[in-house]
Design a protein around this ligand. Structure first.
Ligand SMILES: *[C@@H]1O[C@H](CO)[C@@H](O)[C@H](O)[C@H]1NC(C)=O
Ligand SMILES: *[C@@H]1O[C@H](CO)[C@@H](O)[C@H](O)[C@H]1NC(C)=O
Ligand SMILES: *[C@@H]1O[C@H](CO)[C@@H](O)[C@H](O)[C@H]1NC(C)=O
Ligand SMILES: *[C@@H]1O[C@H](CO)[C@@H](O)[C@H](O)[C@H]1NC(C)=O
Length: 489
């Protein structure tokens, strides 16, 4: 039933797309201002677009593209517009099943149809990971890292663009590698913290050209291949325990020669911005009180003492600087009081936590987010700000679990960046007072049984072991015999 419904909707959608001729030039981009922010280790783009309906009928659908090789790395693709009462509202563009050699297309539905001759303004915003490449790949330890970025030159729409500017923000210096190959000239202006390129002429729709440039950025490209984020919920101790296991790589420039500690010391690299990772900063949520003395930081070798917690920020200092291409795996953990996260109504609980605590300026390729609910709990519902596959639900035994074990709920996320750290996951579950009482009662029972067992074992030991063991036990045997004699007496 569900599947057929889905197929029907899908067919309807495809036919609608075909019916309205998606690539018809119903719009003109009257103003198109694009900003590429290169201040972090991933790309952030913001396009301020004003469109005019140049057709003879009202229009509501706007199509735009992203290069095919980039689109798997694009995340949080949203459009924002101002409503009539001045508030900001969000639109979610959808990928459409239209094939093209170079581009993936997105369909953006405006909130209402725009009349012929009228304009609509909106902001398109997204982030793209995996785009920054050190250039050259290998450099000496003391040299400044240069990053190469390969992007596209003009708006990726089939509509003509009357006025277009491209700003590279958060860098003072940009070197273009292919400016001369571009059909529409750019006028370059260098500003205090950005470099602007202004198109000298109208850009026809479907003018697809690469634009490649370099800029200095002497900071690491912190990349987390895998994060396992575990949350343990305990109503009994009123704690929310977090443990995070990281597999991290610096995607920054590699050393051209082997690592030299003396050079590292004389250049005092640890004390200035550098392409090696010397510290990782995790700014925590100010609104939640963390239990300071519960923080730990462990790597393959053992406890690492060089971490600091200061003004709600955890600063982790690895044992060695992590240069480009180097890996580092580690685990950190800390506790919160649970009641800051949970709301209860009768037997139902709602827990709201962040999907990430976010290492500053980093990309997360794969994240397994697991929440361990108490034994006997039942997952009712969950909510996330973006679509993900259904979670995997299993049971996991831990200390003192007696029957089915903790309820383990795992969500798999991909392609996150630290700026998504404020996004929350909300989980609703049922946990009856019976289940809550059940565990300690059971535990008490098993502890009792265990003690009983010990008692019995002691009895057995005393009677069986004497012949193979030491004098001490023999003397105990004697004692027993004595006792026996006494009791006989
Ligand atoms: C690590 O340090 C904590 C206290 O800071 C201690 O309880 C724990 O036993 C240590 N672990 C190892 C493996 O040294
Ligand atoms: C980190 O973990 C990954 C995956 O398990 C492994 O391939 C890599 O060798 C580890 N790196 C270090 C430095 O231990
Ligand atoms: C992440 O979780 C899924 C589902 O539980 C599991 O299949 C997968 O192996 C996990 N990934 C890693 C690297 O442990
Ligand atoms: C997350 O929220 C806190 C306040 O709750 C704010 O200070 C911080 O700037 C936000 N971080 C991001 C990356 O949006």
């Amino acid at each position: 039933m569900k599947l057929t419904q889905f197929v029907n909707i899908w067919l309807l959608f495809v036919t609608t797309v075909l019916a309205v001729q998606p690539f018809k030039k119903v719009w003109e981009n009257t103003q198109y201002s694009r900003v590429i922010d290169v201040g972090k280790s991933f790309v952030k783009e913001r396009h301020d677009i004003q469109v005019t309906n140049i057709d003879s009928e009202p229009a509501i659908q706007y199509l735009f593209g992203l290069p095919k090789h980039m689109s798997p790395d694009a995340t949080l693709v949203v459009a924002i517009y101002a409503t009539k009462d001045g508030k900001r509202a969000l639109l979610k563009p959808q990928k459409i099943p239209v094939q093209d050699e170079d581009l993936t297309y997105f369909d953006l539905k405006f909130p209402y149809p725009i009349a012929p001759g009228s304009t609509f303004e909106f902001i398109l915003s997204f982030m793209i990971t995996n785009q920054m490449v050190p250039y050259p790949e290998h450099i000496p330890m003391e040299k400044t890292q240069v990053i190469k970025l390969n992007t596209y030159a003009y708006p990726l729409t089939s509509y003509d663009t009357i006025s277009y500017s491209l700003d590279i923000a958060n860098t003072k210096s940009v070197t273009e590698l292919n400016l001369d190959d571009l059909p529409i000239l750019f006028e370059k202006v260098e500003n205090e913290r950005s470099v602007s390129f202004v198109a000298s002429d109208l850009i026809e729709g479907n003018t697809v050209y690469d634009f490649t440039f370099t800029y200095p950025r002497n900071l690491p490209l912190t990349y987390i291949n895998y994060l396992q984020r575990d949350l343990w919920v305990s109503h009994w101790s009123n704690t929310l325990q977090l443990e995070e296991y990281y597999e991290l790589t610096n995607h920054g420039a590699k050393l051209d020669k082997g690592f030299s500690r003396s050079k590292y010391m004389t250049e005092s690299i640890a004390n200035k911005p550098h392409h090696a990772i010397t510290a990782l900063r995790i700014p925590f949520d100010h609104s939640k009180a963390l239990q300071y003395d519960s923080i730990y930081y462990v790597d393959k070798v053992g406890n690492v003492s060089t971490s600091q917690y200061y003004e709600n920020e955890l600063i982790i200092r690895p044992r060695f600087p992590i240069f480009g291409g180097w890996n580092y795996n580690f685990t950190i953990g800390w506790d919160y009081k649970l009641d800051q996260f949970v709301k209860q109504q009768d037997d139902e609980y709602i827990i709201t936590t962040k999907i990430l605590d976010g290492i500053q300026d980093s990309t997360y390729d794969k994240v397994n987010f697991t929440i361990y609910l108490p034994e006997g709990a039942e997952l009712l519902d969950y909510a996330l700000p973006f679509a993900v596959a259904e979670p995997t639900i299993t049971n996991q035994y831990s200390y003192l679990d007696v029957e089915s074990g903790h309820l383990k709920v795992t969500f798999e996320f991909e392609n996150l960046v630290d700026e998504m750290k404020n996004l929350s996951i909300v989980i609703r579950y049922k946990y009856t007072t019976y289940a809550m009482l059940h565990k300690p009662l059971h535990a008490a029972f098993y502890i009792f049984l265990a003690l009983m067992g010990l008692y019995v074992l002691k009895k057995i030991d005393l009677s069986i072991k004497p012949n193979e063991k030491s004098d001490k036990i023999e003397s105990e045997e004697v004692e027993i015999i004595d006792k026996d004699e006494k009791s006989e007496n």
